[in-house]
Design a protein around this ligand. Structure first.
Ligand code: GTP
Length: 511
């Protein structure tokens, strides 16, 4: 019996042990599953609320120890939701791929991108992007793309800066030419001078813009001054005309009233003469006739004296009225001729270069066209010379803009002193001058032009206590049959270019 119990005990123990092994294994499985579901929940969290809920349910079922069979539908549901997520993820991945590729291609079109960035970008788009497996693989690619974007942005910004810098010299030159064309006096002339200094000293387009606005302001101010003075002239003209009208009207009124007085007087004299005639016929004796005639003649002579007084008064009034009218017309004429003179001066000034006082570009154009018409008719010799000061920029740079201005004035004077009376010289703009030599053939032009070149070279310029030699280059041509003003000018300009390129301080002729 005890042996049977012992066997039974042993079997029971074995059964308990194997049960414990099974339970342990099951616990381990449940733990692994719980662990797995926790990880799954964590990595899927936020993708889809439905999926989050299902996974939470799954975890709590595991924790409660629900029968495994109960898990099957839960697992199915989670699987379906996961599949949906997978499809969504791959759609996102495709979208991300396309937008990264688009952004990259756009970037490839950017100008000024450094070479190594361009290479990296090409590799990124052609190889690395195609190897992307998951959305996470995009992160390093996007990171590098952002870096290249920064480089592109930087390149673009510095490009605009350098573009601005490359624009500055030509804008400054144009603005200086414009400022040179302005001929003002007193305060405005000083203002223009300051603006010119500013233009030469600045290296930013923004400062040039400020100078341009100041120039516009000065011009506008001057126009309004001019308009005011024209207006006040018109007002005073109007006043004088009104006064004149008034004088004439009052003179004619006076004449009318005098006319009535004259009529009355004439009538009176006439009736007295008639009276005298009839009484004379009726007189019966010499003595009565004498008394009658004496009486009537006395009264008549009084009337005649009165008539003469009236006539004199009338004459006087007329004379003084005409004097007055004359005076007014005189003052009107004075005003008109003053105004005409001002207009003439203004036109003259508008054809004069403010700095050198030589004729300016507009004056040259006018004369050049005129000479061209003459040449078309007469075909007489006409030599055209374009003159440019050599390395003038360095004078400005080394000694300042004011020294540059003074240099131009001195050179202009020397040029003017060295040409014939019949020649015409103008400042064409900046440090360039043009010369027209009527009646001068190319063959004969060299000698006087050499004299001109040497005259400038011989000016004893001194800056900062240093003797400085300044030279000019000359491009020469003559009008030819079939020329247009432009073609002739271009030929002279080409010759000047040649003179500059073959060492400056020389004359080059283009036939
Ligand atoms: N002071 C002053 N400078 C002027 C005036 N007008 C133009 N300039 C300057 O003249 C200079 C002309 O320079 P560039 O056209 O480079 O020629 P450059 O230095 O004379 O050299 P080359 O002609 O090649 O011999 C520019 O620096 C202008 O700013 C002006 O009215 N006054």
């Amino acid at each position: 019996m005890s042996q049977q119990i012992e066997v039974l005990n042993k079997k029971l123990k074995q059964a308990i042990e194997s049960r414990m092994v099974i339970e342990h294994a099951r616990k381990q499985q449940v733990d692994t599953l719980t662990h797995f579901s926790a990880k799954l929940s964590l990595s899927c969290k936020g993708m889809d609320i439905e999926l989050d809920n299902r996974l939470a349910k799954f975890r709590s079922a595991l924790a409660k120890g629900v029968d495994f069979e109960m898990f099957a539908p839960l697992i199915d549901e989670v699987l379906t939701l996961l599949k949906g997520q997978e499809a969504l993820q791959s759609a996102h991945q495709r979208e991300l791929y396309n937008s990264v590729q688009d952004a990259g291609k756009q970037l490839q079109k950017t100008k000024g991108l450094p070479d190594d960035a361009r290479r990296t970008l090409r590799h990124l788009l052609d190889h690395e992007l195609n190897q992307v497996q998951s959305n996470r693989d995009f992160i390093p690619i996007l990171n590098r793309l952002v870096t290249i974007y920064h480089q592109a942005l930087h390149a673009k910004l510095t490009l605009t800066d350098s573009k601005q810098a490359s624009l500055q010299p030509s804008l400054a030159k144009e603005l200086l030419n414009l400022a040179n064309d302005l001929v003002f006096e007193d305060e405005a002339a000083e203002q223009v001078k300051t603006i010119k200094n500013n233009i030469s000293e600045t290296d930013t387009v923004d400062d040039l813009l400020v100078s341009a606005i100041e120039i516009i302001r000065i011009i506008a101010g001057n126009i309004s001054k001019e308009r005011q003075s024209a207006q006040s002239f018109l007002v005073s003209l109007n006043q004088t005309l009104e006064e004149l009208h008034h004088s004439i009207v009052s003179t004619s009124k006076h004449s009318q009233s005098m006319g009535a007085e004259f009529d009355a007087l004439n009538k009176r004299i006439e009736s007295k003469i008639n009276n005298l005639t009839s009484q004379t016929q009726n007189a019966t004796s010499i003595s009565s006739l004498k008394a009658l005639v004496d009486n009537e003649l006395k009264s008549l002579s009084q009337d005649l004296i009165e008539k003469e007084r009236l006539e004199q008064e009338d004459r006087q009034a007329l004379i003084s009225s005409f004097n007055e009218i004359n005076q007014r017309i005189g003052s009107l004429e004075g005003k008109l001729s003053k105004y005409k003179k001002r207009l003439h001066e203004q036109r003259f000034k508008s054809l004069l270069d403010g700095l050198t006082k030589l004729p300016n570009r507009a004056a040259f154009d006018e004369r050049f066209n005129h000479e061209f018409h003459l040449f078309a008719v007469q075909e007489s010799d006409m030599t055209l010379v374009v003159i440019d000061v050599d390395h003038f920029k360095s004078i400005n740079d080394k000694y300042g803009h004011s020294a540059g201005d003074k240099t131009l004035q001195v050179i202009a004077k020397a040029l003017q002193m060295s040409i014939r009376k019949s020649d015409f010289i103008a400042r064409y703009g900046g440090e360039e001058f043009v010369l027209l030599m009527p009646g001068m053939s190319l063959e004969h032009a060299s000698q006087p032009l050499e004299k001109l070149r040497k005259a400038v070279k011989g000016i004893p310029f001194k800056f900062k206590n240093k003797q400085v030699e300044i030279t000019i280059s000359l491009g020469v041509t003559q009008f030819k049959k079939g020329d247009t003003p432009l073609s002739a000018f271009d030929r002279a300009d080409d010759a000047l270019y040649k003179a500059k390129n073959t060492g400056r301080d020389r004359i080059c002729i283009s036939k």
